[in-house]
Design a protein around this ligand. Structure first.
Ligand code: SAH
Length: 253
């Protein structure tokens, strides 16, 4: 059996309890060494075999799954954040299915959630934005033209940009081609929940300069949108005048 486990954003206690239980049981762990905090490996039992997926191809990873399965071992593949976001997990699941190897997925706390927590902010503010766009700039993996950053930026929604901290100038330009202005609030969150976490609040027009100043080129998210500072409306759900399935609204006049 193979378990895909979301490791969370970095802090070893931001993995789920299910994730820890599976790590404790695992005979073999393959972890994404470039992003997963190695401190999480302290949950593994003595004698657990550990591989760093950064040094492996998909074919080599699948070979390990097959070998371990033959020995009736349990393998954990530890992905950073949540495996469903830029996790390259689909191709692994399809290969396992093709080889009739059972697997399960345990979700994790994505870095975009950890970034909002660190900034003490909410992406979905009434009267500001009710949409969060998770995206990236084209790198080795191309982004479909219809999803180009400037096209998505036309919505002016709450935006989280992954995997693009090394291309901050293009990122800033693309945002400015959309609905954002140089003054739209923005933030760079480096290594959310790690001891070396950095929170840099700025405006869209200053993103590139600030990233350069702090030497940030990877393991960072860029957040942009009015949710970072605009006035908002209070929620309907918790408004005294709002009737819900559980509570009768009262007139507040
Ligand atoms: N599955 C992961 C994302 C993997 S892609 C998730 O759910 O978070 C790797 C990118 O995620 C990095 O380039 C960076 O943009 C972002 N990232 C991952 N961990 C991060 C962290 N702790 N702080 C800030 N950004 C992070």
């Amino acid at each position: 059996m193979v378990h895909f486990v979301g490791a969370g954003p970095g802090a070893p206690d931001l993995i789920t309890m299910q994730g820890v239980r599976l790590l404790r049981q695992a005979d073999t762990v393959i972890y994404a060494g470039s992003l997963v905090n190695p401190a999480l490996l302290s949950y593994c039992k003595d004698g657990c075999t550990v591989f760093n997926s950064a040094e492996l191809t998909l074919e080599q990873v699948i070979k390990i799954y097959l070998q371990e399965e033959e020995q009736h071992h349990m393998t954990v593949r530890l992905h950073t954040g949540d495996p469903s976001v830029y996790g390259a997990i689909q191709e692994q699941m399809d290969a396992l299915r093709a080889n009739s190897i059972p697997f399960r997925v345990t979700p994790g706390v994505s870095s975009f959630c950890a970034a909002a927590a660190a900034l003490e902010t909410e992406y979905t503010l009434p009267g500001v934005s009710q949409t969060v766009i998770l995206t990236r700039l084209t790198g080795k993996t191309p982004v479909p033209e219809r999803e180009s950053l400037s096209a998505l930026a036309a919505h002016g929604a709450s935006m989280v940009i992954f995997l693009s901290a090394g291309m901050m100038e293009s990122l800033q330009d693309a945002l400015l081609k959309g609905a954002y202005t140089a003054d739209t609030p923005a933030a760079i969150v480096y290594k959310a929940s790690w001891p070396e976490e950095k929170l840099l609040r700025c405006s869209v027009g200053k993103l590139s300069e600030l990233a350069h100043l702090h030497g940030i080129r990877s393991t960072a998210l860029v957040l942009a949108g009015d949710f970072l500072s605009s006035p908002y409306e209070r929620s309907c759900l918790y408004n005294p005048s709002f009737t819900t399935q559980y509570r009768k609204g009262v007139s507040t006049e």
